[in-house]
Design a protein around this ligand. Structure first.
Ligand code: BMA
Length: 799
């Protein structure tokens, strides 16, 4: 049987004449940080100070002995970042130039000093650029000339920390006769029967050549076996009426163990195991009266995708453990998300990511790794692109959560709209990957899964790549230039990106910015804001609704977070209420890779912003919303659950001080998985530009509000509420904060992180009518005083 030795221990990083202890998997920055040689680049302006790290060559060394008694020994790297030359016992055994591939070298009989020499990624990228010629991109960094996580070079939410290192596990594999070189399981469901087709490839030693081998597969008590005389074989298994894997909210996530073994007459040689799930997946892009849609269909059920975009959870991805993936993806689930799009400027994540998604019922949309640039199609890149795609398609295809391959992020759009076309003057820019190579590879290797050429993409060059009526759409004009109400101006078929920025939680800011003085434009704040005119856009966003607080950082911080939550909610409420014309929203972005002001719902320290709570509301199965629309004020009820929703909607027209002006109750029935749009009775609609009245709709504990004018014009009464602290019996770490409102209290927020760095509140923004109360449970805060709590409470209508 194959025998594996992990090479985790005993590594050192050469630093001038010293050898520093090194972590594998890891990277140079984290080793230098652990050795006290660089300051933490996540704090203050330290990023600038450590820029030299990415400009240098580095090497890792370990002494490796092995004597296995096997015929072959392979040195296997799951990931090298990036341009490396590997020597073993002084002999060069290989070179690499792709962070996204795994590598295997035959090192039979070799022992001694193993050394991995990394060139600076800049040097490699610049050398490749010299061969391919220059191409346009969105940032002044050479990220499209090297197959490495693009955002390592910085992004509009990320620092420029250009890594090097052995970023994924490395091991020795000792084997004799033959091993399983590739296992591709094609899993689908055919008329109720689960079908697994396993395409196998084996590698043989010289002595194993021609020997008869037996491959055997098992799933759900079914077996299949095949004799191999050559290198390849196909095994087929059928499982009668398997339990189906569903996205969360649609059913369970049963997973089945699929085992493949390889043996000869002497016994077992190799084994492979994955968990699979039975489901079908289609992407419906059929033309219709509006254009052409983009609807995921799972097990025949059409799904509105409640999505978030995912970026690498740490700019040093080797630090992201399986436990951290689980935490972050569980936060997505808490926000009622059912789809995660892995964005193309990041990485193909570790299997642990997709394992969690398989278990939690999160659909995964995986971009191939191209973002915001024209990518040369010449060698040496073309071969690398094909090799990395083959590696990762085969690695990830067993996961039932994976529902879609996507060719790139914004490159088809960039070519058409961002002035690339003239400058390219016929040079290659990646189209051959997105419309040629990648769809061919997916069809060859993973034909049960849909592929789309890009995001955004209208399906063909017949329409603009970002045509709202065709395929996927990225909505960025609103954040860049407009008020969030403008999200309501169109109904795209699938909104794959849109978002609004806000700073991170206060405790995160305080940890990251140690200079004490916080202001929107303090040096630290500006350094931890990477977007073009980011702060101006934040300020403009606030100023459309509120008086911009001058010199009051706490209020500025709170209001930017309120506007972020309201903006994203406005988009989702509108687009969801247009299902099935619109069949998905993917918020830019779920997470961050360091502490920064960004579009993220969860900040770089893992703390939720108010947007995270708001997502839970707007992505719930049932959503109640009031929307100014062309036809008047629309009351929309979204019911994405499998059960009919019968309810009575209580509509109240009110004055600012809570005086009722009109009320009615409407009985409604919303069919399963559907939306009901009703016009509001004219007598209940507040006067068009009234600063004095508003409308409240309530149903089954859900609430929708409509204020005819922006907050700064509304005649709020000075908010008044009292607060009671109730310790939670038997649990010293928890407290209930009960707020009783005497007036209208708009967007009340308890910033739990002000009560303790690990404290979490179970509620986000909450609007209370006069006489209403809310109970906010805070977990992890320890003992708190009334003063602490008062100082952590904010509301929007404060004068
Ligand atoms: C889109 C994304 C990212 C970017 C985000 C915010 O373009 O694809 O490249 O970070 O918008 O600007």
């Amino acid at each position: 049987m194959k025998d594996v030795t992990q090479l985790t221990d005993g590594w050192s990083l050469r630093y001038d004449h010293d050898l520093l202890p090194a972590r594998v998997p890891g990277c140079v920055h984290t080793d230098l940080l652990a050795a006290g040689i660089i300051p933490d680049p996540f704090l203050d302006l330290n990023e600038i100070e450590v820029a030299w790290v990415g400009r240098r060559a580095w090497s890792y060394v370990a002494d490796v002995a092995h004597d296995s008694g096997h015929e072959r020994t392979d040195l296997v790297f799951d990931g090298l970042d990036t341009a490396a030359r590997i020597t073993f016992d002084g002999r060069e055994i290989g070179t690499t130039r792709n962070m996204h591939r795994s590598y295997r070298f035959d090192v039979t009989g070799v022992a001694g000093r193993l050394e991995v020499h990394f060139a600076s990624a800049y040097e490699e990228a610049e050398a490749v650029r010299a061969v391919t010629g220059d191409r346009p991109n969105v940032y002044p960094e050479p990220f499209q000339y090297i197959r490495k996580m693009a955002s390592s070079f910085g992004w509009d939410w990320g620092p420029t920390l250009v890594t090097a290192g052995i970023w994924r596990p490395v091991r020795l594999e000792h084997w004799s006769t033959a091993r399983l070189a590739a296992v591709h399981p094609l899993v689908t469901v055919d008329e109720g029967a689960g079908s697994v087709e396993i395409r196998l490839r084996v590698e043989r030693t010289d002595r194993g050549a021609g020997r008869s081998l037996l491959a055997r597969a098992t799933v759900a008590g079914e077996h299949a076996e095949v004799r191999l005389e050559g290198e390849t074989a196909v095994l087929r298994l059928t499982v009668d009426e398997p339990r189906l894997w569903w996205p969360r909210g649609y059913g369970d996530q049963p997973l089945y163990d699929l085992d493949v073994t390889l043996s000869d007459e002497g016994g077992r040689l190799d084994a492979w195991h994955r968990r699979i799930g039975f489901r079908t997946i289609e992407l419906d892009r059929a033309p219709d009266a509006r254009g052409s849609g983009f609807t995921l269909v799972v097990n025949g059920e059409r799904v509105f995708a409640r999505g978030v975009n995912w970026i690498p959870d740490d700019v040093f991805p080797s630090r992201v453990s399986p436990a951290r993936y689980r935490t972050r993806l569980s936060q997505a689930v808490e926000a009622n998300v059912d789809l995660v799009r892995i964005w193309g400027g990041g990485i193909y994540e570790d299997d642990a990511f997709y394992d969690v998604c398989d278990e939690l019922g999160l659909m995964v949309w995986q971009d191939f790794l191209f973002a915001c640039a024209a990518y040369p199609e010449e060698q040496p890149l073309r071969g690398e692109v094909e090799a990395e795609a083959r590696d990762n398609v085969v690695r990830l295809m067993p996961h039932p959560s994976l529902v879609l391959w996507n060719g790139n992020n914004e490159n088809l759009w960039g070519f058409r709209d961002w002035d690339w076309e003239p400058g390219l003057a016929g040079d290659s820019w990646g189209e051959g990957y997105y419309l040629g190579l990648l769809p061919r590879l997916v069809a060859e290797l993973d034909p049960t899964r849909p592929y789309t050429a890009g995001s955004p993409w209208s399906g063909s060059w017949d329409h603009h790549p970002n045509d709202p009526d065709h395929g996927t759409y990225h909505s960025w004009e609103v954040w860049n230039r407009q008020d969030y109400a403008e999200y309501r101006a169109n109904v795209p078929r699938f909104v794959a990106e849109f978002g609004w920025q806000a700073p991170p939680a206060m405790a995160t800011l305080r940890r990251a910015l140690t200079d004490g003085v916080l202001a929107p434009d303090s040096a630290g704040m500006l350094h931890h804001q990477k977007a073009e005119e980011g702060n101006d856009k934040l300020n403009r966003g606030v100023a459309r609704h509120f008086a911009l607080p001058d010199g009051n950082f706490d209020r500025w911080h709170y209001l930017t977070q309120v506007v972020q939550a309201r903006a994203v909610a406005a988009g989702i409420e509108h687009w969801r209420s247009h299902w099935p014309a619109c069949s998905g929203t993917v918020v830019w972005q779920l997470n961050d890779c360091w502490p920064v002001s960004s579009w993220a719902a969860i900040d770089g320290d893992g703390r939720p912003k108010p947007l995270h709570h708001e997502l839970r509301r707007v992505y719930a199965d049932r959503l109640l919303t009031l929307q100014p629309a062309e036809e008047g004020l629309v009351l929309a009820l979204v019911n994405q659950s499998a059960a009919e929703w019968r309810t009575a909607v209580d509509l109240r027209r009110m004055e600012a001080d809570g005086t009722p002006l009109g009320r009615s109750t409407q009985e409604v029935v919303v069919a399963a998985r559907s939306v009901l749009r009703l016009s509001t009775a004219p007598g209940l609609v507040p006067e068009k530009h009234s600063a004095k009245e508003f409308l409240v709709a309530d149903a089954d504990g859900l609430r929708a509000l409509h204020f005819p004018v922006p907050d700064k014009e509304f005649s709020y009464v000075q908010p008044d509420y009292d607060v009671i602290l109730e310790p939670v019996a038997g649990d010293g770490g928890k407290v209930d904060v009960v707020v009783n409102a005497h007036t209208l209290v708009r967007d009340l927020l308890l910033q739990a992180d002000r009560l303790g760095p690990d404290a979490r509140a179970d509620r986000g923004l909450t609007t209370l009518l006069p006489g209403e109360r809310t109970r906010i449970r805070v977990d992890g805060c320890g003992s708190v005083t009334m003063d602490d709590v008062r100082a952590a409470l904010f509301c929007a209508d404060t004068k």
